[in-house]
Design a protein around this ligand. Structure first.
Ligand SMILES: [Fe+2]
Length: 240
């Protein structure tokens, strides 16, 4: 049996990442998978990146917020988001990201796939077509069928929508572990999944666990960041 810890959209929420690590005991896993958006909207970008960077069995890709940070650092203007209170977190991240961690982000691909025990697993941030396409269980079945038809993988892991789900369409397992660091559904607990592969059988378990939100709030205050971020982590809701 091979087990994978699957996470996405950590968004620099290191206290949430630590809570997951304590809960699962990392050494049980064949690999730890991160489907992108390691940074922005939290105040622990370096701790978060280093957690993935310094351990051998991780498989990471970049997401859209990571790519925006990299573009700002390369001197490009930030086109979106437009709201000032949201933009501030991108610039704060750029100012605080250590050069080695920025280089690590830059080294990550936008998509990856690998084979384990004859099962092909693909990882992308949005979908395999678009890093900003939000997939959720209630989008038209026809879109899932289209993605399944094009897929060379039996398992498609993705993030971006921050909605945890596991849906099997035409033999392809679509898995979103939800967001580890920035919840949208009104439940402030961190979200992740465990994927198990055993004799060609694929199974998925979703988890929501509590983490010390107060550590995030304390750090937001210390860094004088807008109060909307305190509300975001306390309520587990979107910024707008
Ligand atoms: Fe995200």
């Amino acid at each position: 049996m091979k087990k994978f810890l699957v996470m996405s959209d950590v968004h620099a929420n290191y206290p949430a990442l630590q809570a997951i690590e304590t809960f699962v005991r990392r050494d049980r896993f064949h690999r730890v998978i991160n489907a992108g958006d390691l940074v922005v909207y939290g105040t622990f970008p370096n701790e978060t990146i280093e957690w993935f960077r310094k351990k051998k069995n991780t498989l990471s890709i970049v997401g859209n917020t990571d790519n925006r940070v990299l573009r700002i650092m390369a001197g490009e203007p930030l086109d979106r988001p437009r709201r000032e209170e949201k933009r501030v977190m991108y610039f704060w991240t750029c100012e605080n990201l250590l050069p080695g961690n920025a280089r690590y982000l830059q080294s990550l691909p936008g998509q990856r796939d690998f084979t384990i025990d004859g099962i092909r697993i693909g990882v992308s941030h949005g979908t395999s077509d678009d890093e900003e396409e939000s997939l959720s269980p209630d989008i038209p079945e026809s879109r899932f069928r289209e993605l399944a038809r094009k897929s060379t993988c039996q398992v498609r892991i993705m993030g971006h929508s921050h909605i945890p789900f596991h849906k099997i369409v035409d033999g392809v397992h679509f898995l979103n572990p939800g967001s580890a660091g920035r919840m949208f559904d009104g439940d402030p607990r961190t979200s992740f999944a465990i994927l198990s592969i055993h004799s060609g059988k694929i199974s998925v378990e979703h988890f929501r666990i509590r983490y010390p939100v107060e550590k995030v709030i304390e750090s937001l205050k210390k860094n004088r960041l807008p109060d909307i971020y305190r509300k975001m982590v306390e309520t587990g809701k979107k910024l707008n």
